[in-house]
Design a protein around this ligand. Structure first.
Ligand SMILES: [Zn+2]
Length: 178
């Protein structure tokens, strides 16, 4: 957060964009109220990806990890999670689950991605997986964390913003059609 005082409500679609400068949020509101947000996103991100199963997501994440983060701890589990809806934490959960194994406590690295990303542009899936993989090395959203994200995906910051925009648009669109 950048110290601005705007506090979005729990159901406000704009909550996904909390922390961005007020003038950026005003532009988004303008696009949205003109009904142009969907077109704006569709023009820039016309594609959809084919990663639709936990197995495919595991392979996708493992490939990225092999390419950029070989030294990070191994991934034990990767999957889509339908309970992680946009109302909760659509940007994914990275969990280290502690389990006792053969008398030893072992932290298991697990990546869960909200199922709604099955229908996302490929760029947004990549952004979310890059984000979660970076958490294998850095648990906080600090400078080192974002350096890792940008190492894996140079457009990381733009993609995170656009992913948040897309999440907001999905809710605005649903509300408009209701
Ligand atoms: Zn995070």
């Amino acid at each position: 957060m950048n110290g601005n005082t705007w506090q979005p409500g729990a159901k406000d679609p704009m909550r996904f964009l909390g922390g961005y400068p007020p003038e950026v949020l005003d532009q988004v509101r303008e696009l949205a109220s003109a009904g142009r947000l969907g077109d704006h996103l569709a023009r820039r991100y016309p594609q959809r990806h084919a990663v639709q199963t936990d197995r495919a997501l595991y392979d996708y994440a493992t490939e990225l990890k092999q390419e950029y983060l070989r030294s990070a701890p191994p991934l034990h589990k990767v999957g889509f999670d339908a309970t992680l809806d946009s109302a909760h934490k659509a940007l994914g959960l990275h969990t280290a689950i502690s389990r006792v194994q053969g008398g030893k406590l072992k932290a298991k690295k697990e990546i869960r991605v909200a199922s709604l990303f099955k229908d996302a542009p490929p760029e947004f899936l990549r952004m979310i997986v890059v984000h979660e993989l970076s958490h294998l090395k850095e648990s906080d959203h600090n400078k080192a964390f974002y350096r890792l994200c940008e190492h894996m995906e140079p457009r990381y910051h733009q993609l995170e913003f656009d992913t948040r925009l897309w999440l907001a648009w999905r809710e605005l669109d649903r509300a408009a059609k209701a």
